[in-house]
Design a protein around this ligand. Structure first.
Ligand SMILES: CC(C)(COP(=O)(O)OP(=O)(O)OC[C@H]1O[C@@H](n2cnc3c(N)ncnc32)[C@H](O)[C@@H]1OP(=O)(O)O)[C@@H](O)C(=O)NCCC(=O)NCCS
Length: 229
């Protein structure tokens, strides 16, 4: 089972979210929000934590205030206790969007990036990516390289977030192959990987990765329809 939610935060504000969902967030989350300097970052963060509680609570008709979150040793948010067995979730932000995925029966990771960012893709792929990915990107016509880089970047970040060990897992320690669907052998983590990638106007790329002990019954599909909290 799999559910994702794309929240368009352009019409939201942190003050509005705190008023609308006064008891949904923990003291630790409120403290984290306060420490974020940019209002946009606070809004994305709060939207993610409110949105993920809504999705998790829906699975078991719980009050979202009863969903308490913690983090593993690498910072991956997890459910603190077990009223919601076998559920995993992942959050990613790129203004104005917060992307959330919840899954049952598989570890999940999602990533969203704005390809319009002012970065040098070639410098990044040469520094961080696996040799086979570098070869794939450098064989492409120059006009296709930027989008192909963001496709691989989001897929690799989604993979890292599903594993949950953060950047202690080097971006060059596994290889993602573009394709329909994209795939990875990923022997270090066993199980069966299912990957998905999508784009939409405004230069956004998003990807999801699921790790399950058995193949998922159907491909995962990223629903990019914006949903407002
Ligand atoms: C922290 C990291 C997991 C993702 O960071 P990011 O891409 O900058 O930011 P995103 O918005 O996509 O993800 C942030 C969310 O990841 C989640 N997260 C944090 N640590 C995590 C971990 N170890 N595993 C899974 N998810 C994690 C949190 O939910 C966080 O959201 P929150 O602020 O609501 O708690 C990490 O992979 C990272 O720093 N990546 C950047 C790598 C990079 O710059 N590479 C160079 C280019 S190739």
């Amino acid at each position: 089972m799999w559910h994702d939610l794309l929240i368009d935060c352009s019409a939201l504000s942190c003050e509005g979210l705190l008023l609308a969902y006064p008891r949904w967030l923990s003291p630790d989350e409120l403290h984290r929000a306060e420490k974020l300097h940019r209002p946009e970052d606070r809004t994305l963060f709060l939207a993610g934590r409110v949105g993920v509680r809504r999705l998790l609570a829906d699975y078991h008709s719980l009050n979202p205030c009863a969903v308490t979150l913690a983090a593993n040793a690498f910072g991956k948010p997890i459910l603190r206790e077990a009223p919601l067995p076998d559920l995993d979730f992942s959050i990613s932000h790129a203004w104005p969007y917060t992307l959330i995925a919840v899954s049952r029966g598989c570890a999940v990771g999602v990533d969203i990036e704005n390809a319009g960012r002012d970065i040098d893709p070639q410098r990044l792929w040469r520094r961080f990516f696996a040799a086979a990915e570098v070869a794939t990107l450098e064989a492409l016509p120059a006009k296709e390289q930027r989008d192909a880089f963001f496709e691989l970047w989001t897929l690799k970040e989604a993979y890292i977030k599903a594993v949950g060990e953060g950047l202690s897992l080097g971006l060059d320690s596994f290889t993602v192959h573009r394709g329909v669907p994209p795939h990875t052998a990923a022997p270090a983590h066993g199980g069966t990987w299912t990957l998905a990638h999508t784009t939409w106007p405004g230069s956004f790329h998003a990807a999801a990765a699921c790790l399950s002990s058995t193949p998922l019954p159907s491909p995962i599909h990223l629903d990019i329809t914006p949903s407002i909290l």
